[in-house]
Design a protein around this ligand. Structure first.
Ligand code: ATP
Ligand code: MG
Length: 488
């Protein structure tokens, strides 16, 4: 492979013997390697490396002057990232040992052989390139781990710590030199979810498991309280060999706190909801009772009294003169109308028929009312002929039907409505469907619309299912299914 791809500038020769320098230059030219300069002293070499940025330095060990090649190489490598190959005439052990410690990239014996020169330069350039790449990837790794807010610890295969990042040192309340070479368990205790100390086993089996494990743990560093962490253990494996572990400790105190808060808030909410449901049940039953009472009062007291007044008028009419008769007739008519109104009001408050006869009769009555008032074609079907229900359940079902019919007449602009009631030995099923406008779900959000909310509540009271299906232009359908336990 040609050198032009690997060399950006060229090679610097440091050699004080002109014959050797000449030979070297000649050989390099043959290999097509550019020579930047030939320098005779160590001092000059240091200065020229700075000016020329060579890709490689070929350095004679024996140089004239105060600084020999090994000294010069030391100086250069301290300041510059450049590979240096030594040149030497004798291969005595002592010299070569000195050269070895100064971080060299090999040496070439003089007189220089062309083949050896080529191989040495190739190897030096390759090695230097790999070292640079390694340094870069190490820098990436270190800076990343350094900056992470979680505690990161790396260990060798025996679990001996070789690195803790700054965030980790803070958690451990220790200096770097204080943690190096120790075992995890000496710095903190690690407990599992059940508070069992597992500091000793934490790395056991980690290498066999897939790529990594993450679990909730607790750590404790000389503190009264444990710190909850998500602990990730990653085995570092190169060429199928385990070389160590990296452990990430992510503090989840905050998350735990939120989780607890959430659970508490949910409990509070549920308690509050139950309370509200009790309150609404109570209000509804009070309301029903009140309505019943008022209805009865109106019916029994006012309507009875009015009937008595009418009888009195009839009696007076027999004895009075012609001109007073007209007035009394008017009064009698008014009393009749009032009796009708009072009866209607009383029934609307609470149809007595519901209490006296039952659900089906009351629904029939309600259907007749709506038909008469709204010219709506209402189809009512039910099965069986009579329902046997707990009285309060009958009241709730009646109210659901009543409110549904009100909604049909108020909102739907429908021509027909279909009501179905069915009692099986397991449940009571009610459906009210119309062929009107229908509506969007948003219509239910209005704070002043409580009809459907009320229906749902009444069904819920009996552990029933309640659903409204409606879409614009397709009509509306209410479905209720209440488990009927009265037969069990
Ligand atoms: N059968 C229906 N056809 C068309 N729209 C309907 C029907 N039933 C309900 N809606 C729509 O749903 C909304 C909510 O109904 P809901 O019975 O809850 O309240 P409301 O009838 O508006 O008020 P109220 O509290 O007096 O019952 C209505 O305002 C209406 O827009
Ligand atoms: Mg309504």
């Amino acid at each position: 492979m040609s050198y032009s791809a690997k060399l950006t500038n060229g090679v610097l020769i440091v050699e004080d013997d002109p014959d050797s320098a000449f030979l070297l230059e000649h050989r390099l030219k043959k290999l097509d390697i550019p020579v930047l300069e030939v320098i005779a002293t160590g001092e000059m070499a240091v200065a020229r490396v700075y000016d020329l940025s060579p890709d490689l330095v070929l350095m004679d060990i024996q140089l004239q002057g105060d600084m020999d090649g090994i000294e010069a190489a030391k100086k250069i490598t301290r300041q510059f990232d450049v590979p240096i190959i030594f040149l030497t005439a004798h291969s005595d052990r002592q010299t070569l040992d000195r050269a070895a410690v100064s971080g060299h990239y090999g040496y070439i014996l003089k007189p220089v052989d062309s083949r050896q020169l080529d191989v040495s330069i190739q190897v030096a350039l390759k090695q230097h390139h790999l070292e640079q790449e390694l340094a870069i990837s190490r820098a990436w790794f270190q800076e990343t781990i350094y900056g992470i807010a979680d505690m990161v610890i790396t260990t060798d295969t025996d679990g001996i710590i070789d690195y803790v990042n700054p965030a980790g040192l803070e958690v451990l309340q220790r200096d770097r030199k204080d943690v190096f070479g120790r075992k995890l368990g000496e710095l903190m205790s690690i407990k599992d979810k059940h508070a069992a100390d597992i500091s000793g086993q934490i790395l056991e089996g980690a290498a066999d498991s897939a790529l990594y494990r993450r679990d909730e743990h607790y750590i404790n560093v000389n503190d009264p309280t444990d710190i909850p962490v998500d602990l990730t253990v990653i085995p570092i494996i190169t060429r199928r060999n385990l070389v160590g572990w990296v452990l990430f400790f992510h503090d989840i105190t905050q998350r735990k706190q939120y989780e607890q808060d959430l659970v508490r808030a949910r409990d509070d909410l549920n308690a509050y909801k139950t309370e509200l449901q009790h309150l609404s049940d109570h209000l509804r039953s009070v309301q029903e009772k009140e309505r019943g009472n008022i209805s009865r009062e109106i019916h029994d007291e006012i309507a009875q009294n009015l009937a008595r007044i009418r009888m009195d008028i009839q009696n007076v009419k027999k004895k009075c003169e012609e001109e007073e008769l007209q007035t009394l007739n008017n009064a009698s008519e008014l009393v009749d109308e009032t009796i009708q109104s009072v009866r209607r009001i009383a029934t609307e408050l609470r149809p007595r028929i519901l209490d006296d006869v039952g659900l089906i009769a009351a629904v029939q009555w309600q259907v007749n009312q709506s038909r008469a008032r709204d010219e709506l074609d209402i189809e009512l079907s039910y099965e069986p002929e009579e329902f046997s229900l707990e009285h309060e359940m009958a009241v709730d079902i009646f109210r659901i039907v009543q409110e549904s019919l009100h909604n049909v007449t108020k909102h739907a602009d429908a021509s027909t409505a279909r009501i179905k009631l069915q009692q099986t030995d397991r449940e009571v099923i009610v459906s009210i469907a119309d062929n009107g406008n229908g509506f969007e779900k948003d219509a239910l959000q209005s704070a002043s619309s409580l009809g459907i909310v009320g229906m749902r509540e009444r069904a819920r009271r009996w552990n029933g299912n309640f659903s409204v299906s409606s879409s614009p232009g397709k009509g509306t359908r209410i479905d209720v299914a209440i488990p009927d336990l009265s037969h069990h």
